[in-house]
Design a protein around this ligand. Structure first.
Ligand code: SF4
Length: 468
Protein backbone atom coordinates (compact mmCIF):
# COMPACT_ATOMS: atom_id res chain seq x y z
CA UNK A 1 0.00 0.00 0.00
CA UNK A 2 3.06 2.25 -0.18
CA UNK A 3 2.88 5.11 -2.64
CA UNK A 4 5.70 7.10 -4.20
CA UNK A 5 4.73 9.92 -1.85
CA UNK A 6 4.80 7.77 1.28
CA UNK A 7 8.19 6.28 0.37
CA UNK A 8 9.70 9.74 -0.33
CA UNK A 9 8.05 11.14 2.83
CA UNK A 10 9.64 8.29 4.81
CA UNK A 11 13.06 9.38 3.55
CA UNK A 12 12.33 13.03 4.41
CA UNK A 13 11.25 12.07 7.93
CA UNK A 14 14.43 10.07 8.52
CA UNK A 15 16.59 13.14 7.83
CA UNK A 16 16.93 16.16 10.10
CA UNK A 17 14.80 18.51 8.01
CA UNK A 18 11.31 17.41 8.93
CA UNK A 19 11.18 19.13 12.34
CA UNK A 20 12.35 22.58 11.26
CA UNK A 21 10.43 22.37 7.96
CA UNK A 22 7.28 21.70 9.97
CA UNK A 23 8.03 24.44 12.50
CA UNK A 24 9.00 27.06 9.91
CA UNK A 25 5.87 26.59 7.84
CA UNK A 26 3.71 26.53 10.93
CA UNK A 27 5.23 29.88 11.86
CA UNK A 28 4.18 31.23 8.44
CA UNK A 29 0.70 29.82 9.02
CA UNK A 30 0.57 31.58 12.43
CA UNK A 31 1.58 34.88 10.80
CA UNK A 32 -1.22 34.40 8.31
CA UNK A 33 -3.65 33.82 11.17
CA UNK A 34 -2.55 36.99 12.96
CA UNK A 35 -3.00 39.00 9.76
CA UNK A 36 -6.42 37.56 9.04
CA UNK A 37 -7.57 38.23 12.62
CA UNK A 38 -6.45 41.83 12.30
CA UNK A 39 -9.05 42.43 9.57
CA UNK A 40 -12.65 42.25 10.83
CA UNK A 41 -13.84 41.92 7.22
CA UNK A 42 -11.56 38.93 6.49
CA UNK A 43 -14.35 36.43 5.89
CA UNK A 44 -16.24 38.92 3.71
CA UNK A 45 -13.06 39.33 1.66
CA UNK A 46 -12.84 35.57 1.19
CA UNK A 47 -16.50 35.44 0.19
CA UNK A 48 -15.95 38.28 -2.26
CA UNK A 49 -12.85 36.57 -3.73
CA UNK A 50 -14.75 33.31 -4.26
CA UNK A 51 -17.71 35.17 -5.80
CA UNK A 52 -15.46 37.19 -8.17
CA UNK A 53 -13.63 34.04 -9.22
CA UNK A 54 -16.89 32.18 -9.78
CA UNK A 55 -18.09 35.10 -11.91
CA UNK A 56 -14.81 35.25 -13.84
CA UNK A 57 -14.80 31.50 -14.45
CA UNK A 58 -18.31 31.67 -15.89
CA UNK A 59 -17.49 34.74 -18.06
CA UNK A 60 -13.95 33.77 -19.06
CA UNK A 61 -14.35 34.23 -22.81
CA UNK A 62 -15.87 37.71 -22.43
CA UNK A 63 -13.29 38.86 -19.89
CA UNK A 64 -10.32 37.55 -21.85
CA UNK A 65 -11.54 39.22 -25.04
CA UNK A 66 -12.05 42.47 -23.12
CA UNK A 67 -8.52 42.11 -21.73
CA UNK A 68 -7.11 41.49 -25.22
CA UNK A 69 -8.95 44.52 -26.70
CA UNK A 70 -7.67 46.87 -24.00
CA UNK A 71 -4.11 45.53 -24.04
CA UNK A 72 -3.93 45.68 -27.84
CA UNK A 73 -5.25 49.26 -27.80
CA UNK A 74 -2.35 50.14 -25.47
CA UNK A 75 0.17 48.74 -27.96
CA UNK A 76 0.73 45.30 -26.39
CA UNK A 77 1.10 42.20 -28.60
CA UNK A 78 -1.33 39.58 -27.26
CA UNK A 79 -0.76 35.89 -28.06
CA UNK A 80 -2.81 32.81 -27.24
CA UNK A 81 -1.29 29.39 -26.53
CA UNK A 82 -3.44 26.29 -26.27
CA UNK A 83 -0.79 24.08 -24.66
CA UNK A 84 2.74 23.96 -23.23
CA UNK A 85 4.36 23.33 -26.63
CA UNK A 86 2.65 26.32 -28.23
CA UNK A 87 3.54 28.51 -25.25
CA UNK A 88 7.23 27.58 -25.35
CA UNK A 89 7.33 27.99 -29.14
CA UNK A 90 5.70 31.44 -28.87
CA UNK A 91 8.29 32.61 -26.32
CA UNK A 92 11.15 31.19 -28.41
CA UNK A 93 9.80 32.82 -31.61
CA UNK A 94 9.57 36.24 -29.95
CA UNK A 95 13.10 35.95 -28.56
CA UNK A 96 14.59 34.62 -31.78
CA UNK A 97 12.90 37.36 -33.82
CA UNK A 98 14.86 39.86 -31.71
CA UNK A 99 18.06 37.83 -31.63
CA UNK A 100 17.75 37.63 -27.83
CA UNK A 101 20.11 35.14 -26.19
CA UNK A 102 19.88 36.16 -22.53
CA UNK A 103 16.50 36.16 -20.82
CA UNK A 104 15.95 37.10 -17.17
CA UNK A 105 12.91 35.44 -15.64
CA UNK A 106 11.03 36.36 -12.53
CA UNK A 107 9.22 33.52 -10.83
CA UNK A 108 6.51 31.95 -12.95
CA UNK A 109 4.89 28.64 -12.05
CA UNK A 110 3.45 28.62 -15.58
CA UNK A 111 6.96 28.51 -17.08
CA UNK A 112 7.75 25.65 -14.69
CA UNK A 113 4.52 23.88 -15.67
CA UNK A 114 5.35 24.17 -19.38
CA UNK A 115 9.05 23.28 -19.13
CA UNK A 116 10.07 26.63 -20.65
CA UNK A 117 13.67 26.83 -19.38
CA UNK A 118 14.88 23.51 -20.86
CA UNK A 119 13.01 24.34 -24.08
CA UNK A 120 14.86 27.64 -24.43
CA UNK A 121 18.20 26.23 -23.35
CA UNK A 122 17.92 23.58 -26.08
CA UNK A 123 17.71 26.51 -28.53
CA UNK A 124 20.77 28.23 -27.15
CA UNK A 125 18.86 30.84 -25.11
CA UNK A 126 19.85 31.34 -21.48
CA UNK A 127 16.88 31.70 -19.11
CA UNK A 128 18.24 32.95 -15.77
CA UNK A 129 15.95 32.92 -12.74
CA UNK A 130 16.06 36.16 -10.74
CA UNK A 131 14.04 35.23 -7.65
CA UNK A 132 16.68 34.32 -5.03
CA UNK A 133 15.15 30.96 -4.11
CA UNK A 134 14.48 30.03 -7.73
CA UNK A 135 18.03 30.98 -8.74
CA UNK A 136 19.49 28.82 -5.97
CA UNK A 137 17.39 25.89 -7.17
CA UNK A 138 18.35 26.50 -10.79
CA UNK A 139 22.03 26.27 -9.82
CA UNK A 140 21.30 23.12 -7.80
CA UNK A 141 19.24 21.59 -10.64
CA UNK A 142 16.31 21.12 -8.29
CA UNK A 143 12.65 21.94 -8.67
CA UNK A 144 10.81 24.22 -6.19
CA UNK A 145 9.42 22.51 -3.11
CA UNK A 146 6.88 25.26 -2.38
CA UNK A 147 5.09 27.67 -4.71
CA UNK A 148 5.88 30.81 -2.68
CA UNK A 149 8.98 29.73 -0.72
CA UNK A 150 10.64 27.58 -3.40
CA UNK A 151 13.83 26.76 -1.46
CA UNK A 152 12.23 26.33 1.98
CA UNK A 153 13.63 22.79 2.21
CA UNK A 154 17.24 24.00 2.11
CA UNK A 155 19.48 24.93 5.03
CA UNK A 156 21.56 28.12 4.89
CA UNK A 157 24.73 25.99 5.15
CA UNK A 158 23.81 24.23 1.90
CA UNK A 159 23.28 27.59 0.22
CA UNK A 160 26.62 28.90 1.53
CA UNK A 161 28.36 25.79 0.19
CA UNK A 162 26.65 26.24 -3.19
CA UNK A 163 27.78 29.86 -3.43
CA UNK A 164 31.36 28.88 -2.60
CA UNK A 165 31.26 26.11 -5.23
CA UNK A 166 29.97 28.64 -7.75
CA UNK A 167 32.95 30.91 -6.99
CA UNK A 168 30.82 33.70 -5.57
CA UNK A 169 33.48 35.08 -3.21
CA UNK A 170 31.75 33.98 -0.03
CA UNK A 171 33.90 33.62 3.10
CA UNK A 172 34.43 30.04 4.29
CA UNK A 173 32.04 29.20 7.12
CA UNK A 174 29.98 32.39 6.81
CA UNK A 175 26.41 31.26 6.19
CA UNK A 176 24.58 34.25 7.55
CA UNK A 177 21.39 34.76 5.52
CA UNK A 178 21.85 38.51 5.01
CA UNK A 179 25.48 38.05 4.05
CA UNK A 180 24.57 35.35 1.51
CA UNK A 181 21.74 37.45 0.10
CA UNK A 182 24.10 40.38 -0.43
CA UNK A 183 26.61 38.06 -2.08
CA UNK A 184 23.91 36.79 -4.45
CA UNK A 185 22.82 40.34 -5.24
CA UNK A 186 26.41 41.38 -6.00
CA UNK A 187 27.17 38.35 -8.09
CA UNK A 188 23.98 38.15 -10.13
CA UNK A 189 23.49 41.88 -10.79
CA UNK A 190 25.26 41.53 -14.16
CA UNK A 191 22.50 39.16 -15.35
CA UNK A 192 20.04 42.06 -15.20
CA UNK A 193 22.45 44.38 -16.98
CA UNK A 194 23.30 41.95 -19.78
CA UNK A 195 19.77 40.66 -20.46
CA UNK A 196 18.27 41.06 -23.94
CA UNK A 197 14.78 40.35 -22.70
CA UNK A 198 12.78 39.95 -19.50
CA UNK A 199 9.96 37.59 -18.70
CA UNK A 200 7.54 37.73 -15.80
CA UNK A 201 4.61 35.69 -14.63
CA UNK A 202 1.39 37.45 -13.72
CA UNK A 203 -0.72 37.27 -10.58
CA UNK A 204 -3.76 39.06 -11.97
CA UNK A 205 -4.78 40.19 -15.47
CA UNK A 206 -7.31 43.01 -15.27
CA UNK A 207 -9.85 42.86 -18.12
CA UNK A 208 -11.08 46.45 -17.63
CA UNK A 209 -7.62 47.95 -18.18
CA UNK A 210 -5.73 45.26 -20.12
CA UNK A 211 -2.94 45.33 -17.51
CA UNK A 212 -0.94 42.54 -15.88
CA UNK A 213 -0.21 42.79 -12.17
CA UNK A 214 2.87 41.08 -10.74
CA UNK A 215 3.47 40.75 -6.98
CA UNK A 216 6.97 40.06 -5.63
CA UNK A 217 8.89 40.63 -2.43
CA UNK A 218 12.33 40.98 -3.99
CA UNK A 219 11.59 43.51 -6.73
CA UNK A 220 13.21 41.15 -9.22
CA UNK A 221 10.37 41.51 -11.74
CA UNK A 222 10.85 45.29 -11.73
CA UNK A 223 14.65 44.95 -11.89
CA UNK A 224 14.37 42.53 -14.80
CA UNK A 225 11.96 44.61 -16.84
CA UNK A 226 13.73 47.94 -16.26
CA UNK A 227 16.68 47.47 -18.61
CA UNK A 228 15.78 45.33 -21.66
CA UNK A 229 13.41 46.80 -24.23
CA UNK A 230 11.73 43.45 -24.81
CA UNK A 231 9.31 42.12 -22.17
CA UNK A 232 7.16 39.01 -22.17
CA UNK A 233 4.50 38.41 -19.54
CA UNK A 234 2.66 35.11 -19.54
CA UNK A 235 -0.30 33.82 -17.56
CA UNK A 236 -2.81 31.01 -17.36
CA UNK A 237 -6.22 32.15 -18.57
CA UNK A 238 -7.76 31.80 -15.09
CA UNK A 239 -5.73 34.81 -13.90
CA UNK A 240 -8.16 37.28 -15.44
CA UNK A 241 -10.24 39.40 -13.05
CA UNK A 242 -12.94 41.82 -14.15
CA UNK A 243 -11.70 45.19 -12.90
CA UNK A 244 -9.44 47.09 -10.49
CA UNK A 245 -12.09 47.01 -7.79
CA UNK A 246 -11.92 43.21 -7.75
CA UNK A 247 -8.13 43.41 -7.99
CA UNK A 248 -8.18 45.21 -4.63
CA UNK A 249 -9.91 42.23 -3.00
CA UNK A 250 -7.19 39.86 -4.20
CA UNK A 251 -4.18 42.03 -3.36
CA UNK A 252 -5.53 42.36 0.19
CA UNK A 253 -5.84 38.59 0.48
CA UNK A 254 -2.75 37.37 -1.36
CA UNK A 255 0.19 38.47 0.80
CA UNK A 256 -1.71 38.05 4.05
CA UNK A 257 -2.51 34.45 3.13
CA UNK A 258 0.90 33.68 1.64
CA UNK A 259 3.43 35.04 4.12
CA UNK A 260 1.45 36.99 6.71
CA UNK A 261 2.42 40.38 5.26
CA UNK A 262 -0.17 43.13 4.75
CA UNK A 263 0.89 43.43 1.12
CA UNK A 264 3.73 42.23 -1.09
CA UNK A 265 6.73 44.55 -1.04
CA UNK A 266 6.38 45.28 -4.76
CA UNK A 267 3.26 45.27 -6.91
CA UNK A 268 4.00 46.11 -10.56
CA UNK A 269 1.32 46.99 -13.13
CA UNK A 270 2.36 46.36 -16.74
CA UNK A 271 0.07 48.13 -19.14
CA UNK A 272 1.96 49.25 -22.23
CA UNK A 273 5.40 48.86 -23.78
CA UNK A 274 8.23 51.16 -22.75
CA UNK A 275 9.12 53.90 -25.25
CA UNK A 276 10.94 52.16 -28.09
CA UNK A 277 10.25 48.74 -26.57
CA UNK A 278 7.90 45.80 -27.05
CA UNK A 279 5.55 44.17 -24.59
CA UNK A 280 4.05 40.74 -25.27
CA UNK A 281 1.30 39.10 -23.21
CA UNK A 282 0.81 35.36 -23.68
CA UNK A 283 -2.48 33.85 -22.49
CA UNK A 284 -2.12 30.11 -21.91
CA UNK A 285 -4.75 27.39 -21.67
CA UNK A 286 -2.77 24.13 -21.22
CA UNK A 287 -5.69 22.14 -19.78
CA UNK A 288 -7.49 24.97 -18.00
CA UNK A 289 -10.58 24.83 -20.22
CA UNK A 290 -10.86 21.12 -19.34
CA UNK A 291 -10.95 22.13 -15.65
CA UNK A 292 -13.64 24.67 -16.53
CA UNK A 293 -15.72 21.81 -17.92
CA UNK A 294 -15.41 19.75 -14.72
CA UNK A 295 -18.19 20.71 -12.25
CA UNK A 296 -16.49 18.86 -9.35
CA UNK A 297 -13.16 20.63 -9.85
CA UNK A 298 -13.86 23.95 -11.55
CA UNK A 299 -13.10 25.81 -8.32
CA UNK A 300 -9.42 24.93 -8.77
CA UNK A 301 -9.39 27.84 -11.22
CA UNK A 302 -9.97 30.15 -8.22
CA UNK A 303 -6.44 29.50 -6.96
CA UNK A 304 -4.28 32.57 -6.28
CA UNK A 305 -1.14 30.41 -5.77
CA UNK A 306 -0.65 31.83 -2.27
CA UNK A 307 0.62 28.56 -0.74
CA UNK A 308 -1.47 28.92 2.44
CA UNK A 309 -2.90 25.42 1.98
CA UNK A 310 0.64 24.01 2.03
CA UNK A 311 1.72 25.92 5.11
CA UNK A 312 -1.19 24.56 7.10
CA UNK A 313 -1.20 21.00 5.75
CA UNK A 314 0.13 18.55 8.38
CA UNK A 315 1.18 16.12 5.66
CA UNK A 316 3.00 18.70 3.51
CA UNK A 317 4.79 20.23 6.47
CA UNK A 318 6.12 16.85 7.56
CA UNK A 319 6.84 15.32 4.16
CA UNK A 320 8.33 18.24 2.20
CA UNK A 321 7.45 19.40 -1.29
CA UNK A 322 9.73 16.99 -3.14
CA UNK A 323 7.80 14.00 -1.81
CA UNK A 324 4.97 14.78 -4.21
CA UNK A 325 5.20 13.57 -7.80
CA UNK A 326 3.53 16.66 -9.33
CA UNK A 327 5.64 19.83 -9.58
CA UNK A 328 3.14 21.67 -7.35
CA UNK A 329 2.94 19.93 -3.95
CA UNK A 330 0.45 20.10 -1.09
CA UNK A 331 -3.34 20.14 -1.29
CA UNK A 332 -3.46 22.44 -4.33
CA UNK A 333 -0.90 20.30 -6.16
CA UNK A 334 -2.70 17.04 -5.38
CA UNK A 335 -5.79 18.38 -7.11
CA UNK A 336 -3.99 20.08 -10.01
CA UNK A 337 -1.90 16.96 -10.62
CA UNK A 338 -5.01 14.81 -10.79
CA UNK A 339 -6.57 17.24 -13.23
CA UNK A 340 -3.42 17.11 -15.36
CA UNK A 341 -3.02 13.33 -15.49
CA UNK A 342 -4.87 11.16 -12.93
CA UNK A 343 -3.08 7.94 -13.79
CA UNK A 344 0.36 9.56 -13.45
CA UNK A 345 -0.18 11.64 -10.30
CA UNK A 346 -2.59 9.46 -8.31
CA UNK A 347 0.11 8.61 -5.74
CA UNK A 348 -0.34 12.03 -4.16
CA UNK A 349 -4.02 11.55 -3.39
CA UNK A 350 -3.25 9.57 -0.24
CA UNK A 351 -1.06 12.43 1.07
CA UNK A 352 -4.01 13.98 2.85
CA UNK A 353 -5.44 13.47 6.33
CA UNK A 354 -8.78 15.05 5.29
CA UNK A 355 -8.46 17.45 8.21
CA UNK A 356 -9.91 20.21 5.96
CA UNK A 357 -7.46 22.80 7.31
CA UNK A 358 -6.47 23.71 3.72
CA UNK A 359 -9.93 24.80 2.74
CA UNK A 360 -10.38 26.67 6.00
CA UNK A 361 -7.43 28.93 5.16
CA UNK A 362 -7.83 29.15 1.38
CA UNK A 363 -8.50 32.81 0.54
CA UNK A 364 -10.52 31.80 -2.52
CA UNK A 365 -12.55 29.23 -0.56
CA UNK A 366 -11.60 26.26 -2.74
CA UNK A 367 -13.02 22.98 -1.40
CA UNK A 368 -9.59 21.34 -1.63
CA UNK A 369 -10.12 18.48 0.83
CA UNK A 370 -13.55 17.62 -0.53
CA UNK A 371 -12.07 17.42 -4.01
CA UNK A 372 -9.29 15.12 -2.79
CA UNK A 373 -11.95 12.91 -1.19
CA UNK A 374 -13.78 12.80 -4.53
CA UNK A 375 -10.59 11.77 -6.33
CA UNK A 376 -10.13 8.89 -3.91
CA UNK A 377 -13.55 7.59 -4.83
CA UNK A 378 -12.79 7.44 -8.54
CA UNK A 379 -9.23 6.06 -8.42
CA UNK A 380 -10.45 2.58 -9.33
CA UNK A 381 -11.92 3.96 -12.55
CA UNK A 382 -8.42 5.02 -13.63
CA UNK A 383 -7.03 1.59 -12.73
CA UNK A 384 -4.77 3.07 -10.05
CA UNK A 385 -6.54 2.08 -6.83
CA UNK A 386 -4.34 0.06 -4.47
CA UNK A 387 -5.28 -3.62 -4.93
CA UNK A 388 -4.62 -4.35 -1.24
CA UNK A 389 -6.85 -1.49 -0.06
CA UNK A 390 -9.51 -2.50 -2.56
CA UNK A 391 -9.64 -6.11 -1.33
CA UNK A 392 -9.63 -4.99 2.30
CA UNK A 393 -12.52 -2.60 1.62
CA UNK A 394 -14.47 -5.32 -0.19
CA UNK A 395 -13.88 -7.77 2.67
CA UNK A 396 -14.94 -5.16 5.24
CA UNK A 397 -18.04 -4.31 3.22
CA UNK A 398 -18.96 -7.99 3.11
CA UNK A 399 -18.54 -8.36 6.89
CA UNK A 400 -20.58 -5.21 7.60
CA UNK A 401 -23.31 -6.45 5.26
CA UNK A 402 -23.65 -9.56 7.49
CA UNK A 403 -24.52 -8.28 11.00
CA UNK A 404 -24.01 -11.72 12.66
CA UNK A 405 -20.52 -11.94 11.26
CA UNK A 406 -19.77 -8.34 12.22
CA UNK A 407 -21.04 -8.98 15.78
CA UNK A 408 -18.90 -12.12 16.08
CA UNK A 409 -15.84 -10.25 14.79
CA UNK A 410 -16.33 -7.45 17.33
CA UNK A 411 -16.95 -9.90 20.21
CA UNK A 412 -13.76 -11.80 19.39
CA UNK A 413 -11.55 -8.84 18.47
CA UNK A 414 -9.74 -9.16 21.84
CA UNK A 415 -8.14 -12.40 20.56
CA UNK A 416 -5.90 -10.17 18.44
CA UNK A 417 -4.25 -9.00 21.68
CA UNK A 418 -2.63 -12.37 22.19
CA UNK A 419 -1.39 -12.95 18.61
CA UNK A 420 2.40 -13.28 18.34
CA UNK A 421 4.22 -10.01 17.62
CA UNK A 422 5.67 -11.24 14.29
CA UNK A 423 2.18 -11.98 12.98
CA UNK A 424 1.04 -8.38 13.50
CA UNK A 425 4.22 -6.56 12.56
CA UNK A 426 5.61 -7.79 9.28
CA UNK A 427 6.03 -6.47 5.76
CA UNK A 428 2.48 -7.47 4.84
CA UNK A 429 1.07 -5.08 7.44
CA UNK A 430 1.80 -1.54 6.22
CA UNK A 431 -0.15 -0.11 9.14
CA UNK A 432 2.14 -1.84 11.61
CA UNK A 433 5.21 -0.05 10.20
CA UNK A 434 4.30 3.23 11.85
CA UNK A 435 1.59 2.32 14.35
CA UNK A 436 1.09 0.19 17.42
CA UNK A 437 -1.92 -2.04 17.21
CA UNK A 438 -4.63 -0.90 19.62
CA UNK A 439 -5.53 -3.03 22.63
CA UNK A 440 -9.02 -4.47 22.07
CA UNK A 441 -11.27 -4.61 25.19
CA UNK A 442 -12.84 -7.90 26.20
CA UNK A 443 -16.28 -6.41 26.09
CA UNK A 444 -17.64 -4.54 23.06
CA UNK A 445 -19.42 -1.20 23.34
CA UNK A 446 -22.79 -2.69 22.40
CA UNK A 447 -22.41 -5.40 25.06
CA UNK A 448 -21.59 -2.76 27.65
CA UNK A 449 -24.55 -0.70 26.48
CA UNK A 450 -26.92 -3.63 26.82
CA UNK A 451 -25.71 -4.30 30.35
CA UNK A 452 -26.22 -0.61 31.23
CA UNK A 453 -22.52 -0.12 31.86
CA UNK A 454 -22.36 2.91 29.54
CA UNK A 455 -23.30 6.18 31.23
CA UNK A 456 -25.50 8.59 29.26
CA UNK A 457 -23.65 11.73 28.13
CA UNK A 458 -23.53 14.49 30.74
CA UNK A 459 -25.08 17.84 29.96
CA UNK A 460 -22.99 21.01 29.80
CA UNK A 461 -24.80 22.23 32.90
CA UNK A 462 -23.72 19.16 34.84
CA UNK A 463 -20.12 19.61 33.64
CA UNK A 464 -20.15 23.32 34.59
CA UNK A 465 -21.58 22.46 37.99
CA UNK A 466 -18.66 20.15 38.67
CA UNK A 467 -16.15 22.88 37.76
CA UNK A 468 -17.82 25.27 40.22
S1 SF4 B 1 -5.66 26.47 -3.22
FE1 SF4 B 1 -6.18 28.30 -2.00
S2 SF4 B 1 -4.74 28.22 -0.25
FE2 SF4 B 1 -3.91 26.80 -1.83
S3 SF4 B 1 -2.49 28.03 -3.06
FE3 SF4 B 1 -4.50 28.17 -4.08
S4 SF4 B 1 -5.48 30.01 -3.22
FE4 SF4 B 1 -3.78 29.50 -1.87
Amino acid sequence: MSTKHSVAAGRFLKGDRAVWHDETLWMVRAKRDAMSHSLPEWEQLRDAAAAIKNYSNSHLADLLEEFERNATAAGVHVHWASDAEEFCATVADILEAHGAKHLVKSKSMLAEECGLTPYLEARGIEAAETDLGERILQLMHQRPSHIVLPAIHLRKEEIGDLFRREGMHVDPGNNDQTYLTHAARRDWRHKFLEADAAMTGCNFAVAETGECVVCTNEGNAEMGTSQPKLQITAFGLEKVVPDRRSLGVFTRLLARSATGQPVTTYTAHYRKPRPGGELHFIIVDNGRTDILASPDHVKMLNCLRCGACMNTCPVYRRSGGHSYTYFIPGPVGINLGMLKDPARYSDNVSACSLCHSCQDVCPAKIDLAEQIYKWRQVLDGYGVASAAKKHLSQALEWVIDHPHLFGAAVRNAHLVNSLPHWLMYNRLNEWGKEHDMMHFPHESFSEMWKRGKVMPARTNKENDGEKD
